[in-house]
Design a protein around this ligand. Structure first.
Ligand code: DC
Length: 232
């Protein structure tokens, strides 16, 4: 098993550092990193661009009928060496991080047909192993047989501060209160929706990173991976 490339599923609440962890772990192991949330965000961006989301309502039937025309793929940015998402061959990595997407994505992620399409694409990406994917349903639905499943948590205060710093750094104007309200709202929808809600599977290892640095968190997970690989 030493040379076998495993599958690592990382789930957890919004802004608890899942993507940062997934990126770091993938880099260390030479694995592919996929941020599944970017795919739900890209579909939300598509819906906004195509008049599917108006004020407070979503034209679900129109979105379902247009799903076949949504093509998503990731390409590695040659400078940052990180994968970026493309919607119908247009790089939308910056657009999908904006608050107007964050404010609507949980509603789009509730739609069964959207989930079926994205889960299918995610499973294809992970066919050969050697992948670290983060999201909400990765250990429960996308890769139920993943060799390592992590459930990441952190306090709401720490998560708010991290997301606030990230948005300010990107030049996006917001307030801590706005960020915290969005996170709390998304957590509620993500954990209570009918379709593949965020759950902690029985075989997942909990990782509370409230008091951990990025480096400490990475070291902890790499130790878990090594333990797993050497025990096989
Ligand atoms: O990880 P993120 O904040 O970029 O995810 C954006 C939204 O997409 C989040 O509110 C829930 C949804 N999502 C999902 O339902 N399933 C996933 N595997 C990933 C994200």
């Amino acid at each position: 098993m030493k040379d076998k490339k495993i599958t690592i599923a990382i789930d957890g609440y919004s802004s608890c550092g899942k993507s940062t962890l997934a990126k770091d772990v993938a880099k260390e192991l030479g694995y592919v990193f996929i941020d599944s949330g970017a795919m739900y965000r890209a579909v939300t961006y598509f819906a906004l661009q195509n008049g599917i989301i108006n004020a407070d309502s979503i034209d679900v039937q129109k979105l379902i009928s247009l799903l076949p025309s949504i093509n998503l793929h990731f390409e590695v940015n040659s400078t940052t060496l990180l994968p970026e998402i493309y919607l119908n061959n247009k790089n939308v990595e910056t657009e999908i991080r904006k608050p107007e997407i964050a404010a609507r994505v949980s509603r789009i992620a509730e739609i069964k047909e959207v989930r079926i399409k994205l889960v299918d694409e995610q499973q294809k990406m992970g066919q050969g192993g050697g992948i670290v994917m983060d999201g909400r349903d990765i250990g429960s639905v996308v890769f139920p047989n993943a060799e390592l499943k992590l459930f990441v948590t952190a306090s709401i205060e720490v998560r708010t501060q991290r997301r606030f710093d990230e948005l300010i750094q990107k030049g996006i104007t917001t307030t801590r209160q706005e960020v915290q309200e969005n996170l709390t709202w998304r957590d509620l929808i993500d954990t209570t929706r009918g379709e593949s809600p965020l759950i902690q599977t029985e075989d997942a290892i909990i990782l509370d990173n409230t008091a951990l640095t990025k480096e400490e968190q990475l070291a902890h997970v790499l130790a878990l991976v090594n333990q797993l690989i050497s025990s096989k």
